[in-house]
Design a protein around this ligand. Sequence first.
Ligand SMILES: NC(=O)c1ccc[n+]([C@@H]2O[C@H](COP(=O)([O-])OP(=O)(O)OC[C@H]3O[C@@H](n4cnc5c(N)ncnc54)[C@H](OP(=O)(O)O)[C@@H]3O)[C@@H](O)[C@H]2O)c1
Length: 339
Amino acid sequence: MHPIKARRTHYSERGPVPQDVISTVDFELPPLAEGHVRVAVLAAPINPSDVLTLTGEYGILPPLPAVGGNEGVGRVIEAAADVTNLALGTVVLLPVGCGTWTTHLDLPAKHLVALPSGVDPVQLSMLTVNPPTALLMLTEFVDLQPGDWVIQNAANSAVGGYLVQLAKLRGINTINVVRRASAVDAVKASGAEHVVVDADDLPKRVHAVTGGAPIKLAIDCIGGVATENLARCLVEGGTLVNYGAMSGERCMISPRYFVFRDITLRGFWLSQWFKKATPAQRMAVFGEIAKLIAEGKLEARVQATYDLDHIKQAVQAAASGARDGKIVLEPNGPSRAAI
Ligand SMILES: NC(=O)c1ccc[n+]([C@@H]2O[C@H](COP(=O)([O-])OP(=O)(O)OC[C@H]3O[C@@H](n4cnc5c(N)ncnc54)[C@H](OP(=O)(O)O)[C@@H]3O)[C@@H](O)[C@H]2O)c1
């Protein structure tokens, strides 16, 4: 058997230009330890949180030096003699935060979750972070019923696209706000009926769409004045959930919305949910999401895939605005060919 040529991304400092701090290096795989399997990584996305981890602005930062990447999927290519729960060839979900931008990982078999076979690894690789975020924001804050309305901004983001699809499956109507007209078609393609470009007269245009039906939940990915624009569309007593700061600005919202309109501003961070969720709650959320992805009912647009030799270009593309979908790494070459 030929020795495996293993490569991984690597960074030993953080800095303002994320692609400048990361590179790809060769490494040697050690002998496989007891209880472990060797996984060839099929696909791993570059999320905004990965970019912020490279620049040092994220909520949790791994010790340096580090391998990039937080989520992904891989295929079991070797197993220690004592491993009985995973067959060779099984596609597995990689544990969150294990440094997924690498060709190979040795991982304890008992911590790995087997995924359905025959499913696009690129779609599966984005399962852990964005779909549960969309699902939980839709279900944990306001008791929404079929026919109710939700408004969100950055609707062309991956989270936004998942939210459109999950809301539709529950019969919930979405108003989808984007910051540029060129993003409207992409959001419509993910199944959204109502897409509007953000501007000062947002409440008026939203009212024209809903016919004045109350909007109980608003979901903000951006911060800055975009937060207040959503608050202005909410019914009295409505809830505004912020989960991102894509503008880099603080949420700007006049006290009048808290005082006169009884709006509540909440935050959502999946890491906090993970800390508090019971194993049964996690199983319920990830079971639903994995099934929907396997059935082709939940997906994210992908702008481009890259191999590890082009990590700098990939990170630069992921850090750029006005993309038409995710940037995903395929460390062992085109992964769809492997299904
Ligand atoms: N709190 C949590 O638990 C949690 C979990 C998952 C994700 N997130 C956060 O959710 C956000 C979206 O993640 P994603 O993976 O779905 O993103 P994504 O697919 O990479 O999309 C990024 C979105 O941000 C918009 N954007 C980029 N720069 C912007 C700016 N300067 N001002 C306003 N909008 C801007 C983009 O609009 P254009 O296309 O017009 O550039 C696009 O809609 C990120 O902030 C991420 O960190 C949070």
